[in-house]
Design a protein around this ligand. Structure first.
Ligand code: F6P
Length: 343
């Protein structure tokens, strides 16, 4: 078969491992041929391709980013976009397309499936909030980077008797904030699933200062809502209509300083969380997804996305995957409660 592959949306460490595994299994076990479409769906719209050979994928498991490059291109918003993609895929004699991406990228895969294209999805989001899978590759790497950074903030905050507010990724769900916050021994963790209660945040910090620790570490997800119910949004929208989120740590730091009198600083970890080489866990998960995607192609199970359920790789329909986000439920939020003093 002739298989197309693309990577869409924000990059995640592990994309290259998926590509390598799929290409290796396809070529070595099924005599498949691969065409890489560059920059996500834009490459399909504009027919930008690169050959994906065994030599091209050799060793890329070691690297972050994506050899196919990425973009947030919403084909559905472009007049005739879906039809144009169908034509490019026909012109390249593509029998099946494997799209690596989050809900936005997969919503385009779904539209193409509905237009008759045999498509398979591989879940990808650093925020780890894609519905139907227990884990996305890249999340473990992001958590490792954030945990390391939060750990480092303790000594400098302690040295200056300061509060430091650290902003991490997490647009709709607080998976990175919760995991890195707990692992990094943050005193306060704030997630999009619960509105911020500023009085409670300050009471937790005061408890710390009153009990021998004269500093505080607050971890906040970029999508957490301020006391007034606002999310901090930039004015720019991406092509899927999402506002750029950034800056909640800075605003929260000002509010904490005003309310407590404690000197407070903020830091935004931003794209460092998505950069660099994947952890071994992410390389392994991504490899399993890549191999499973090829299995789905050869079984003719189109319209499906590979997922992790417990320890097993399974698949669900892409339509189901894009139907909602996977957020922290009460059992995860209880972890935070359990670690905090009752103030
Ligand atoms: O969707 C994943 C994500 O990393 C979000 O956490 C973040 O809000 C956004 O992407 C950043 O997007 P960009 O890379 O376009 O700045």
């Amino acid at each position: 078969m002739r298989i197309g592959m693309l990577t869409g949306g924000g990059d995640c460490p592990g994309l290259n491992a998926v590509i390598a595994a799929a290409v290796k299994k396809g070529i070595q076990h099924h005599a498949d041929e691969f065409v890489g479409f560059l920059e996500g769906w834009r490459g399909v719209l504009e027919n930008k391709t690169m050959p994906l050979t065994l030599a091209a994928v050799d060793g890329i498991i070691l690297t972050g980013g994506t050899i196919l490059h990425s973009s947030r291109t919403n084909v559905r918003k472009i007049e005739g976009g879906i039809q144009k993609c169908v034509e490019t895929l026909k012109a390249n004699k593509i029998d099946a397309i494997i799209a690596l991406g989050g809900d936005d990228t997969q919503s385009v895969t779904q539209a193409l499936i509905e237009a008759g294209v045999p498509g398979i999805g591989v879940p990808k989001t650093i925020d780890n909030d894609l519905f139907g899978t227990d884990a996305c590759f890249g999340f473990d790497t992001a958590v490792m980077i954030a945990t390391e950074a939060i750990g480092r903030l303790h000594t400098t905050a302690d040295a200056h008797n300061r509060v430091i507010v650290c902003e991490v990724m997490g647009r709709d769900a607080g998976w990175i904030a919760l995991t890195a916050g707990v692992a990094g021994n943050a005193h306060v963790v704030l997630v999009p699933e619960r509105p911020i209660d500023l009085d409670h945040v300050c009471a937790l910090l005061k408890y710390n200062y009153d009990h021998g620790k004269h500093y505080g570490i607050v971890v906040v997800a970029e999508g957490a809502k301020l006391p007034e119910g606002q999310v901090i949004k930039g004015s720019k929208l991406d092509s899927f209509g999402h506002a750029m989120l950034s800056g909640i740590a800075e605003i929260l730091a000002q509010k904490i300083e005003e309310k407590t009198g404690y000197e407070t600083r903020s830091v935004n970890l931003g794209h460092t969380q998505r950069g660099g080489t994947p952890t071994a866990y992410d390389r392994m998960l991504a490899t399993r997804y890549g191999l499973a995607a090829i299995d789905l192609v050869h079984k003719g199970e189109f319209g499906r996305m590979v997922v992790l359920k417990g320890t097993e790789i399974k698949s669900i329909t892409i339509a189901e995957a894009v139907s909602q986000n996977r957020r922290l439920d009460d059992s995860f939020l209880e972890i935070l409660k359990g670690l905090q003093p009752t103030v």
